[in-house]
Design a protein around this ligand. Structure first.
Ligand code: HEC
Ligand code: HEC
Length: 474
């Protein structure tokens, strides 16, 4: 696979540092197959990278791991952090390109892998028009914006902390096995800028893994739409519809692909939103150096920024965006393991027979439209349809995003999921990380996936183990 950035220039020397050699050695290890305890399983480039793209990949990796600093600083290429932020580096949340970890009870956001999105329902005709026209996916809280930043540079107050409490409830499977599910209730504590709007809606979001993103971006819209069934005309209980969001470069409304509600159209857009809201940097699409600060947060708006004339008056200019996008777009999906194992094969059949593959779509053909760029068409196995599904009340966040309503989530890709523990040292699944293993993740399914969830509850122990073994082989 090949993801080419729009521009390629020479590198500013500041982009290269002693970390460069560490990353370069990771690149050299690209051929190593992933094993069950391979902490670097999500860090390898797709094998078809040319030497030139390999170098871009390495520089992109460094930028993904770069910790941004407060402006002004002597390193103009790496300053402009915040003033409000959630983490100083992409890798602060996507650790080793894996998923984040949610806080545990008593912890207030000690780890940055879980973010609280916020919005308010439209309050007037103008805001309604912005939403209906697809200009924006959400209207931010008038004071806190679209996301709560729990960190700030010196002299500024972090917006809030995140508190969580869990309520446990047991599920008894047909063979008598008891499974405890923990339902998190998040609350915002220590709001530093006054109360959130009384109508504010919160959505907890765990940082997802970074593999295979460029492949998802290359799936043709028509192939995604072919599987959509918004009115459930085939009567199988599963509808599935595409989110439609604004492509910020063309202004056109296109299919959303990235984020837990598919709120972002392109990888470059997703990367820029992350730089702007998570780290607080100005980027070509979002030129506000104060990131997610609102006009009400006047100290934050007035703070020194890291915009530099030699970088197009931005903190993270186009070249930085392109290199990080190339890096994230070319992270290989690790090869599957144990594919000939009889239990895994039996699990694969059950995955299809149970109906999991109706949403976790096993196959797409990509690249035909890009053949002119020299990229070869290929078949991919992402185990997602990239569509939105209502997964029931227990998982609902009641915060719409674009066309996605408060109960819908994008089917997450399952490729590489069997290496979660190897990469992250723990397992946290679903949009807020509430599920501590694959079985718990399945048992939380409801809504359109109620029948599939019930089928797993009804399974005998062997079948259930086979299904899980299959997921572990991905
Ligand atoms: C504070 C934690 C945090 C930081 C820092 C962060 N991310 Fe993320 N990332 C997330 C969360 C949470 C999501 C899911 C967003 C959503 O649901 O819309 C996400 C989603 C993504 C996705 C889409 C994944 C998918 O499956 O659709 C990409 C790509 C991504 N981030 C790249 C980056 C890059 C590049 C950076 C650095 C510029 C970065 N992230 C920094 C938390 C973070
Ligand atoms: C109606 C569509 C649908 C069906 C059917 C379905 N899923 Fe899902 N699945 C989803 C969605 C949407 C999510 C994300 C929910 C969330 O984040 O809250 C998900 C999440 C998951 C996750 C967690 C992934 C992650 O990265 O956190 C696993 C594992 C999973 N599904 C496995 C299965 C299995 C196994 C089956 C069949 C028994 C199945 N699913 C059936 C739509 C579906």
């Amino acid at each position: 696979m090949m993801y080419l950035p729009a521009t390629r220039n020479s590198y500013h020397p500041i982009m290269l540092s002693r970390n460069f050699l560490l990353v370069a050695s990771a690149l050299a290890a690209a051929a190593t197959p992933a094993t069950a305890n391979d902490t670097r399983a999500y860090m390898r480039p797709a094998t078809q990278l040319s030497p030139f793209d390999g170098l871009d990949f390495t520089v992109g990796a460094h930028l993904f791991e770069r910790a941004w600093v407060t402006a002004p600083s002597s390193t103009q290429a790496a300053d402009g952090l915040g003033p409000l932020y959630n983490a100083r580096a992409c890798s602060g949340c996507h650790v080793r390109n894996g998923r984040g970890a949610p806080p545990t009870v008593g912890e207030t956001m000690a780890r940055p892998g879980l973010v609280l999105f916020v919005d308010v329902p439209p309050r007037n005709a103008a805001e309604r028009a912005l939403l209906d026209g697809g200009t924006v996916n959400n209207i931010g809280d008038p004071v806190y914006g679209l996301q709560l930043q729990d960190k700030a540079i010196p002299g500024h107050a972090a917006e809030s902390k995140l508190g969580v409490a869990f309520r446990e409830h047991g599920v008894t499977l047909a063979d008598g096995t008891e499974v405890q599910l923990r339902e998190p209730a998040y609350r915002v504590v220590a709001e530093a800028y006054g109360p959130l709007d009384s109508t504010a809606r919160l959505s907890p979001r765990l940082a997802p893994p970074m593999i295979g993103m460029g492949l998802l971006e290359r799936i043709d819209e028509a192939d995604i739409l072919a599987a959509a069934d918004p009115g459930d005309r085939d009567g199988d209980g599963i509808s599935g519809r595409a989110n439609r969001v604004r492509d910020p470069l063309t202004g056109a409304r296109v299919i959303g692909r990235f984020g837990h509600k598919a709120g972002n159209a392109t990888l470059s857009q997703q990367v820029q939103v992350a730089f702007n809201r998570d780290i607080g940097l100005s980027v070509p699409l979002l030129r506000n150096a104060a990131g997610d600060c609102t006009q009400v947060q006047s100290d934050c708006i007035a703070a020194a920024d890291g915009n530099s004339p030699q970088y197009d008056n931005l903190e993270a200019h186009q070249q930085v965006i392109d290199l990080v996008t190339l890096y994230v777009g070319n992270l290989a999906v690790p090869p599957r393991r144990d594919i000939d194992n009889p239990a895994v094969l039996a699990g694969e059949r059950l995955f299809v027979a149970t109906g999991c593959a109706k949403c976790h779509r096993t196959e797409f053909r990509v690249g035909a439209a890009h053949a002119a760029n020299g990229a070869k068409p290929q078949t991919i196995h992402p185990y997602t349809d990239l569509l939105l599904h209502d997964l029931g009340e227990a998982l609902a966040d009641h915060r719409p995003e674009g066309l996605a309503d408060g109960r819908e989530w994008r089917t997450p890709p399952l490729w590489g999921i069997g290496l979660t523990r190897a990469v992250s040292g723990a397992e946290h699944y679903l949009h807020d990380g509430r599920a501590l293993n694959l079985l718990e993740a399945i048992l939380w399914h409801g809504g359109e996936a109620q029948a599939q969830r019930d089928a797993v509850v009804a399974m005998g122990r062997d079948d259930r183990q086979h299904l899980l073994r299959f997921l572990e082989s991905l």
